[in-house]
Write a protein that binds this ligand. Sequence first.
Ligand code: TA6
Length: 307
Amino acid sequence: MASVSIPLSLPNLNLRRVNRFSGMASASANRATTGVKITEGVGNLPRVVLTSPHGSEAEIYLYGGCLTSWKLPGGKDLLFVRPDAVFDKKKPISGGLPHCFPQFGPGAIQQHGFARNMDWSVVNSENVEGDPVVTLELKDEPYSRAMWDFGFQALYKVMLNAKSVSTELKITNTDSKPFSFTTALHTYFSAAVTGASVKGLKGCKTLNKDPDPKNPLEGQEERDVVTFPGFVDCIYLDAPAELHLDNGLGDVITIKNSNWTDTVLWNPHLQIEACYKDFVCVENAKIGRVHLEPSESWVATQQLSLS
Ligand code: TA6
């Protein structure tokens, strides 16, 4: 992907975003946030590139607040973007680490909600022990209000270290009435699907969306090691705070979380024939509704790291 530094002005952003984005660029220039660069990505969409002093790199598109790449020193990307992904804002970026908010789905509004097809903005960047950290924000707009008529703020902090990338999502009710939501980080990992497996889910209650996503079958996971032998679309309730993904490509990724109580495994098999062999989704999710009174917040963290 071409990388072009954009110091102050950005095409294809609305005025509010330009102002806020430019503000961040100036602020970061003044405060010299090392390893946080705003560049133009695929389709001229603005993205933030994080570079750690240890040589790892991550990129986040403001469209969808989508972390599309997490590269180890040496350049191996542990995340996957589908070959059919489009970067024209006509649909969400298919791949990486998209947000499902305020609905995981299926449900009353569009599948996976609207957060993955809105422009987030940069509100802060900093260095923590030399590593780059960026915080993005999403707020209600007429577009979101038309689907879900509530005032909210989502703050999404992304932190890159030598061998890990961590996120913190904070949802605040900025409305004068309560609301509830479901959410997920719909993470696409690069994988060799025949060799990929997840450890840590044994004993969890399951809601299997295969064959009918609208009427999931209840069950319990009996396997120590869950594999992807065919189509998989399953919710694991009350999943542990730590899972291990063997991506079948020689890496074991530790997936830790706080407050993401559930996990979703997905591989579309022949539904997406062109690339199903190259990824698996292991998603931290909140399937039970989170209720927030006015001014209340909900926070959840995730850390992906190499064992
Ligand atoms: O997270 C799993 C899932 O909800 C599946 O049921 C399937 O609908 C999939 O996501 C679709 O993902 P996509 O990235 O294509 O929107």
